[in-house]
Design a protein. Structure first.
Length: 252
């Protein structure tokens, strides 16, 4: 039962895990790309290196289109300059509370060994702090995990459908799965055995405590003839593949 490209795409885009992963990943990428240029990466230097202070002069203060999320106050970009060891340094800081005029003297803090990393005391080197990336990166990582799970499931289903064999599987034993739990509900692993060309294989099927009583001693497995260990319960196949199995004859 060979699947066409259109049918393969239907399997992928019919998988909720794949679609959710795609949506979360895309959202994470867009938000991360938006925040990346306006996040204060320079603050890491002030945590890891010795810091000194000196006097500086404001050269300009410009109102940006960004606002502080806490109180919706507008964020200002403040340009300044200062001298250190005969060298003139220029920098810019961002703050929602500094609305000073050019020529105003301010206190500047800088990394001793890297004076080019500086900021006006009490401000930051970019409009938003570094931790603002945490939600977007979390969204991206979660999306990639769901996307990986969805791709794995769909790829397995397509491989089985392209080279299918159906065989009975007998439930040999059920054991608690100590390494997994969903919302503190215990997960069990049903160990099924099946045969192909005289060899025995094992298929593991995880169920919750509520689903445990619905397990059948014998189930039908769809397996890939070229790789018999690649198997899936027919009930867990995508609907399109299950429908194709009902409408056509297949090896048993």
């Amino acid at each position: 039962m060979r699947l066409t490209l259109s049918e393969k795409l239907q399997i992928f885009f019919g998988s909720l895990s794949f679609l959710a992963g795609l949506a979360f990943s895309a959202t994470g990428v867009v938000l991360t790309c938006f925040l990346w240029p306006i996040v204060d990466f320079s603050s890491v230097w002030f945590l890891a290196q010795p810091v000194a202070q000196t006097s500086g002069i404001i050269t300009s203060a410009n109102l940006t289109s960004l606002s502080d999320g806490d109180d919706d106050e507008s964020i200002w970009e403040i340009n300044y300059r200062f001298q250190r060891a005969g060298h003139l340094y220029q920098g810019h800081s961002y703050s929602s509370s500094h609305t000073v005029a050019p020529g105003t003297a301010v206190q500047v803090e800088y990394v001793k060994n890297q004076p080019r990393f500086s900021r006006i005391s009490g401000t930051s080197g970019a409009p938003y702090p570094l931790w603002a990336l945490i939600p977007t990166i979390s969204c991206l990582v979660s999306g990639l995990q769901m996307l990986r799970k969805g791709i794995s499931y769909c790829t397995q289903a397509v491989a089985i459908a392209d080279d299918i064999q159906v065989a009975p599987a007998i439930c040999a034993r059920v054991k608690p799965c100590a390494s997994r739990s969903d919302d503190e509900e215990k997960i069990f692993t049903a160990h099924y055995t099946y045969f192909f060309e005289g060899r025995e294989y094992e298929y593991l099927h995880e169920v919750s405590l509520d689903e445990l009583g619905k397990l059948n001693e014998q189930e039908e497995l769809a397996l890939q003839r070229a790789a018999p260990a690649n198997a899936m319960l027919i009930a867990n196949l995508p609907r399109l593949v299950r429908n194709r199995l009902r409408l056509s004859s297949f090896p048993t």
